[in-house]
Design a protein around this ligand. Structure first.
Ligand code: F6P
Length: 551
């Protein structure tokens, strides 16, 4: 038996779930006029309202007991102190150190890593300033106009999502591009529009070994040299962010153009380091430091706030409640702010690569469900696509509704209309529309008795669908920093309760290894030694590639 399911709070939660699983939130709201006050937390200008969840006071007490029994406090201390919480890679997971102010100190292997962090930030500052003001010139003396980030996963999603979200702060005379896909179309779609004289590539890869990134980086260098004709000029147009100095140097990037980060930072937790170079080039270091300050403020909240007032802790516990007791398989991220367009894609990696594990820290298979399927899209667009299933389907899908109160730019009516949908949708998901209300509605529409009978069952909404509402003033660097750190810590909370390592990603390795073997098979004439499906896919690929292929 695994430890988690034998914890007293877990057993009590099971009993409690059996009793309250059918309680309707609508009644919970009617019974308690102070429900919203009880179940919401304000952090700076971020309101986290979790009152539209299927919880009672007893639920919250038991979930908080679960956090205590899982020794969450102790694990938070271990995380921020730099203990090797990522034990399968023999590493700390010190992304919090990346946003710790300079006057603090965190010792790792007898070294103050906060010093190292700020030295790199200062180097980033010098570099971004000269590029932004045009002092860093391309090989024909022209200022840089286009920045291309080449990276994938954590070396792409975070920088891309934040650069998009902070567009209102973006420098005017520069454009930002992100190449991640190995499909040549992605590379060509972007580079076709670029002038090599004014383009700067940032090759971002923690390992500097990732197949997709390396291939794209080499294609970028070839693309550049076809025009510039002189390999000496590469250094004016390529910089790198990596932990692997040897490999970067082999690629031909000068030592002074390498920006470091460290093996104690996970790829998906790295946007706060020089991995965020594209963000800093886009909005400037002052804003980048505001982003870090926002994340640091959330780190302090996470480490010090009592658990019943601690947003990441509550978010994590609610996720456990739905995942492990209601059996929910997925969680939707629904931003109502165009700037947060890419937040769902970013959180897919942050959450699923972290908690998509089924072996406990002691090496046993879990006998409970772990990592949730995280997905989502712009809320407004989702309303006209997948919300039908959320409202009336057979699956219970908890969701985070996220929005800002004040738009960065406006057109008459747009923002209020969007916000009215943001608010109304979570109300509808919670309340639903019962039989009597639907009947009343249809009568008012003047439908006949027969018409009402045939359509009424289809128009009833059960409601009782849980949501968190997250509303803040505006998408600023600081608020965004807090928001992202909040999700990072929510993921950590769940990993601790599930007793898994949220900081490794061995699951992606097997596919990578096999892809190398398949690539060799695609290029060779030998017969392949895979299963019959894999062999036949390889054969069919070769057949389709023959000049005289007739099917
Ligand atoms: O394959 C998964 C992964 O290792 C991610 O964890 C990481 O963010 C991504 O690949 C990119 O890795 P790197 O920064 O080393 O190129």
């Amino acid at each position: 038996m695994n430890k988690l399911t034998s914890l007293p709070s877990w057993k009590q939660l099971k009993n409690h779930f059996n009793k309250i699983q059918h309680s309707h939130m609508r009644e919970l709201f009617e019974k308690d006029p102070f429900r919203q006050e009880k179940y919401s937390i304000i952090f700076e200008d971020i309101l986290f309202d979790y009152s539209k969840n299927r919880v009672t006071e007893k639920t919250m007490t038991l979930l908080l007991d679960l956090a205590d029994e899982s020794k969450l406090k102790h694990w938070i201390e271990k995380l921020v102190r730099g203990d090797k919480v990522n034990f399968t890679e023999n590493n700390a997971a010190l992304h919090t150190a990346l946003r710790t102010p300079a006057q603090h100190s965190t010792q790792l292997k007898n070294k103050d890593i906060i010093n190292d962090v700020h030295r790199q930030l200062d180097k980033m500052e010098r570099f971004t300033e000269i590029v932004r003001c045009g002092e860093w010139a391309g090989y024909t003396g022209k200022a840089i106009t286009d920045i291309v980030n080449i990276g994938i996963g954590g070396s792409d999603l975070g920088p891309q999502m934040i650069t998009q979200a902070l567009k209102p702060y973006q420098i005017k005379n520069m454009k930002f591009h992100f190449i991640s896909n190995i499909d040549a179309r992605h590379f060509l779609d972007i580079t076709d529009k670029l002038n090599p004289e004014t383009t700067l590539f940032i090759i971002v890869s923690k390992s500097f070994k990732t197949q997709e990134t390396m291939l794209n980086a080499h294609s970028a260098r070839r693309w550049f040299l076809q025009r510039a004709k002189n390999s000496e000029l590469v250094s004016q147009h390529f910089v790198a962010v990596s932990t692997n100095i040897k490999k970067v140097t082999e690629f031909g990037i000068k030592q002074e153009n390498i920006f470091l980060f460290w093996d104690w930072v996970g790829g998906r937790y790295s946007l706060w380091s020089s991995v965020g170079m594209s963000i800093a080039l886009s909005v400037g270091m002052k804003r980048f430091r505001e982003l870090l300050a926002g994340a640091n403020a959330m780190d302090n909240h996470f480490s010090t706030a009592p658990f019943n007032k601690n947003i990441p802790v509550i978010m994590g516990l609610l996720g456990i409640w739905y995942n492990n007791f209601f059996g929910c398989e997925s969680h939707a991220i629904l931003p109502y702010d165009h700037l947060l367009n890419q937040l769902p894609a970013y959180l897919e990696q942050a959450d699923m690569e972290s908690n998509g594990k089924s072996i406990t820290r002691s090496g046993n298979k879990t006998n409970y469900s772990t990592g949730c399927i995280v997905w989502g899209a712009q809320g407004i667009n989702g309303q006209h696509a997948f919300y039908q299933l959320m409202h009336q389907g057979t699956k219970l899908i908890p969701a985070d509704f996220i929005s800002s109160a004040i738009p960065q730019i406006g057109l008459p009516e747009h923002h209020e209309t969007m916000l009215s949908n943001f608010i109304a949708q979570s109300e509808a998901l919670m309340r639903g529309r019962n039989h009597d209300e639907t009947l009343q509605e249809l009568k008012l529409q003047g439908l006949s008795h027969d018409e009402i009978e045939s359509c009424l069952p289809h128009m009833v909404f059960e409601g009782n669908r849980p949501t968190n509402s997250i509303l803040f003033r505006q998408v600023t660097p600081r608020t965004l920093g807090s928001l992202i750190a909040m999700y990072e810590h929510k993921v950590f909370v769940q990993g601790i309760i599930w007793n898994i390592n949220s900081f490794d990603q061995w699951g992606v390795e097997l596919g990578k290894t096999l892809a190398k073997k398949v690539l060799a098979d695609l290029k060779s004439n030998h017969s392949c030694e895979h299963d019959s499906s894999t062999n036949s896919l390889i054969r069919y690929f070769k057949l389709l590639n023959r000049d005289n292929c007739v099917l």
